[in-house]
Design a protein around this ligand. Structure first.
Ligand code: WTA
Length: 662
């Protein structure tokens, strides 16, 4: 692991040459929420530290007496004899404290429509929604699938579930009917909340047809609540489908939140793993709320009275759950929510919105930053971004050039940049600089937050010395940690807790520099990261081979300047279809057909950028596909060591067909 981390091809030398340092500005440090002393406090009394955060940041119906019960490891119980309600914490208590007039969301639809929702507005809406859900027989512990565009109803639907103790499972609107079906089935959802459609790239994009298709042929779903967003025609199943606005109008705007145990499940969120089947990561209420609120307050330095915070993620991903809904709202933040894409109707849309609402804190992904770099600094320069005082990054390693560009061009060379490492599984930020405290290095997520214990270990699970690389592990339980994979305890233990003894294996390669600061280097397993979205190579391979044309498929993530990685698929066609292509590597129709097929099986985000038709795949003698070699091909590198190949001529064959990608 001297020049290359397992599974990635990030040359460490590039990162280690990074010498720039960005110490906090004294004016920022002076007013910062985070203090350096937090580290010492948490190190000397970790559980006491978390107990204090839990009491200070969250309101409990029944106070907890025990902080952590780890006797059933690796399933943690945090604050488990306490009871609380997540929606009460995110909404009601701000209204009760006299902040009902504070804006919760400045919503901007893609076509230009606007809505402002105060905390009092959200309370009314969420109370109506909770009553409507209960009227449909949904109660504590029931699962509700949410398949919505980025509109306020997505947040209201999630919070309405939390309010009645129902467990939400948000499915990103870009997933296909098939993907939605498998998630509904896995969680045995009783209700789906969706919309006729959403606005994307200047057009209405339908959602309801995918829901209808996903429910065909028997399901646990009793009702479908449909938000009217685009006004497009929808098919209607009488008795099953109801309009959201009608159900809410009929419901009272008074509703008492249901207190739940701290360990009551709050949500399930499916994420790609190393097998074809997505994992239902589930989180519980108390610890999750505590850590999302604590990290949001300290990492983003939120001042709820004055800040305007904008996290550009979709609520379909964990970033939207933790840093649009639960963390910020528990802290009473004012937010911007935008429905559409950054280039609709023009490439300055984000900056126009940031200027209009005086956004002070922006949280986005490196892939977006690199896209803006490509579009040019003159676009943001046309807008007044002087209100910005902090920038955050999440989802994939941010290369130092993008980090520095972000700070200079968007942050006016004055804002701290926080590179936050975490996962769907961790529920909240784990490794990040603390603004006002940390002298940041561009490209490094720096150190575990106070209260968090992480390390970089070698194959044997031993911590590596500074200056070396290895695997990122988390060495102590943390409040927002996943409590399992829905319905599959064994897979939970196997995936995260069996690689190293009593340490959580994150699946990421990392390096400690000479100061012990952590640099993330990408996944070490068969998970790709495309535009900050996690995709499984195996899942896309299964989708490809489910097409009658395909005999075998291998998928790799190849580096891509903008999206981080891009999906590249190598496919072997069945004999009977081979007649459709004259030579290996040809056949635009084949590629188009297979791309459409992957879109229908998983969703457009999983669509391969490149599909190469080949005659053979490189395999070891035991039959394992050597993705490393395929990655060399996909990244136009000389092919590496082929001595373990069963048939070493295979690579020559593949390379020969390469100039003609399908
Ligand atoms: C990657 C997103 C480097 C990492 C919150 C992780 C990062 C996966 C960073 C989780 C970062 C996320 N630097 N890599 N700051 N943030 N990752 O579950 O590989 O969608 O394992 O959660 O994204 O992706 P997920």
């Amino acid at each position: 692991m001297t020049t290359e981390t397992p599974g990635t091809s990030t040359p460490l030398e590039n990162l280690l040459a990074e010498e720039r340092r960005f110490p906090p500005a004294p004016e920022f440090a002076e007013q910062a929420n985070a203090r350096h002393e937090l580290y010492a406090w948490a190190a000397s009394d970790r559980l006491g530290f978390w107990a204090e955060q839990a009491r200070a940041l969250v309101s409990w119906d029944t106070p907890f007496t025990q902080v952590l019960d780890w006797s059933d490891a690796p399933v943690a119980k945090w604050f488990h004899d306490g009871t609380l309600n997540a929606c009460y914490n995110a909404v009601d208590r701000h209204v009760e404290a006299g902040h009902g007039d504070r804006v919760a969301f400045h919503f901007e639809g893609e076509p230009g429509d606007e809505r402002t929702l105060t905390y009092a507005d959200v309370l009314r809406e969420v109370s109506r929604a909770a009553n409507a859900l209960e009227a449909l027989g949904v109660g504590k512990g029931d699962r509700v699938a949410i398949y919505l565009p980025m509109i306020p109803e997505a947040v209201i639907a999630m919070l309405a579930c939390a309010r009645i103790g129902a467990v939400h499972s948000v499915v990103f609107g870009g997933f296909s009917a098939e993907a939605l079906r498998s998630r509904i089935e896995d969680a045995s959802a009783v209700l789906v909340i969706t919309a006729d459609g959403g606005h994307r790239r200047g057009n209405p994009s339908a959602l309801k047809p995918a829901v209808d298709a996903s429910l065909e042929g028997g399901t646990t779903v009793r009702n479908v609540l449909v938000v009217r967003r685009t006004g497009q025609e929808v098919a209607w199943t009488q008795g099953r489908d109801l309009w959201w606005h009608e159900a809410l109008e009929a419901a009272s705007d008074q509703h008492t939140p249901v207190p739940v145990e701290a360990e009551h499940p709050l949500f399930i969120l499916y994420t790609s793993g190393t097998t074809g089947k997505p994992k239902g990561i589930f989180h519980t209420t108390g610890g999750y709320l505590v850590q999302t609120a604590y990290t949001h307050l300290n990492v983003f330095d939120l001042k709820p009275e004055t800040d305007v915070y904008w996290c550009t993620a979709d609520v379909g991903w964990v970033t939207g759950h933790s840093y649009i809904v639960y963390g910020p709202m528990t802290n009473g933040a004012t937010q911007v929510m935008y429905e559409g894409t950054p280039d609709t109707p023009h490439k300055g849309r984000w900056w126009e919105l940031a200027a209009k609402h005086g956004v002070t804190i922006l949280y986005t992904a490196p892939t977006a930053i690199r896209t803006f770099m490509k579009w040019g600094a003159d676009i943001p320069a046309q807008h007044d971004l002087s209100a910005l005082r902090l920038l955050g990054s999440v989802g994939e390693p941010i290369n130092p050039e993008a980090w520095v560009w972000y700070r200079r061009t968007i942050g006016g060379d004055r804002t701290p940049v926080v590179d936050t490492w975490w996962q769907t599984e961790t529920g909240a930020i784990m490794i990040s600089p603390l603004p006002g405290v940390t002298a940041a290095k561009p490209g490094s997520a720096m150190t575990p937050l106070p209260g968090i214990a992480a390390d970089v270990v070698d194959e044997m699970g031993e911590p590596v010395p500074n200056g070396s690389g290895g695997y990122l592990v988390l060495t102590e339980p943390w409040p927002a940690m996943l409590r399992g994979i829905w319905g599959d305890h064994e897979r939970f233990v196997e995936t995260y807790w069996s690689r190293f003894d009593r340490q959580y294996f994150a699946g990421d390669g990392a390096k400690k520099d000479d100061d012990g600061d952590i640099w993330l280097l990408g996944r070490v397993d068969d998970v790709m990261n495309v535009s900050g979205h996690r995709l499984s190579t195996t899942e896309i391979e299964s989708a490809l081979v489910s097409h009658p044309m395909v005999a075998e498929a291998a998928v790799v993530g190849a580096s891509d300047e903008t999206t981080g990685q891009a999906v590249v698929a190598f496919v072997i066609l069945r004999q009977e279809y081979l007649s459709q292509v004259d030579e290996p590597g040809e056949g635009a129709d084949v590629a188009a057909t297979l791309r459409a097929h992957v879109t229908s099986q998983i969703g457009p985000i999983a669509k391969p950028r490149t599909i190469l038709v080949v005659q053979e795949l490189p395999k070891t003698r035991s039959g394992k596909i050597m993705r490393r070699l395929l990655r060399d091909v996909a990244e136009h590198r000389p092919v590496g060591d082929v001595t373990t190949l069963a048939d070493s001529s295979v690579m020559a064959l593949i390379s020969a067909g390469l100039d003609k990608p399908a």
